[in-house]
Design a protein around this ligand. Structure first.
Ligand SMILES: N[C@@H](CCC(=O)N[C@@H](CS)C(=O)NCC(=O)O)C(=O)O
Length: 224
């Protein structure tokens, strides 16, 4: 029987696809393609994702790329009424937060994480770090206000809306967030779920196995 295939080393945005697969209990095959010429820009992978970026999935012949399209697709296929909302309005709210996460915070968090934690200290750029923090202030305040009203984005339960936003900002778990304490608490709650812990363990292993040059390549290829 064919299985879901998830392409992309766990250190990349493939983390998001791995997390949702674990939340939904889907049996999957992980193909840990590396970024750039070492993997994602090779002809075989370009046939899966012509953008040469990670992640992508192949679900029994249905190929899909864009990490949050993947999480939404899998949650809707396997988790309606559970991880995926059952009403049109809640579904639209899920899209709202998912697009918001990509447009408002994805790049800032990645720049912060590279220049605060992941790059070798001599390669970190304090100006880029400061700029990333500045860009993140307003959207994180918007997110913080949500959790004054409810524990999760759609109400009382964790859904794919939380997973998408928490996955995008997951590397900010090590960021000091004194001005947005609700975000800090919600992020910890999301990332402490057992599926998230397993996905984070895979990502941490993949981070640990990445030499400094691989991290430099990430910063260079992604212009971060
Ligand atoms: N919006 C895309 C971004 C994908 C992306 O940029 N992935 C990175 C790895 S996390 C990548 O493949 N970078 C290498 C490159 O751009 O060549 C998504 O969310 O899937």
């Amino acid at each position: 029987m064919s299985r879901l295939r998830i392409y992309g080393i766990a250190r990349t945005r493939a983390f998001r696809a791995i997390w949702i697969a674990k939340e939904l209990g889907i049996d999957y095959e992980h193909i840990p393609i590396e970024i750039g010429e070492a993997g994602a820009k090779k002809t075989e992978y370009l046939a899966v994702n012509p953008n040469g970026r990670l992640p992508a999935i192949d679900d029994d012949g249905f190929v899909l790329w864009e990490s949050l399209a993947i999480t939404l697709y899998l949650a809707k296929k396997h988790g309606i009424g559970r991880l995926y909302p059952a009403t049109l309005e809640a579904e639209a709210r899920t899209w709202q937060w998912s697009l918001w996460a990509l447009n408002e915070v994805d790049r800032g968090v990645n720049i912060w994480s590279l220049h605060a934690v992941r790059l070798p200290p001599e390669d970190r750029n304090p100006d880029k770090l400061a700029e990333a923090l500045k860009v993140l202030v307003a959207p994180l305040r918007v997110l913080d206000r949500e959790f004054a009203e409810r524990p999760y984005l759609l109400g009382d339960e964790f859904t794919v809306a939380d997973l998408n936003v928490a996955a995008v900002i997951s590397r900010a778990i090590e960021m000091d967030m004194p001005e947005t304490p609700n975000v800090a608490r919600w992020l910890r709650r999301c990332l402490e779920r057992s599926a998230a812990r397993e996905a984070r363990r895979l990502r941490a292993e993949s981070d640990a196995a990445s030499p400094p040059d691989a991290i430099r390549l990430i910063a260079r290829i992604n212009r971060l």
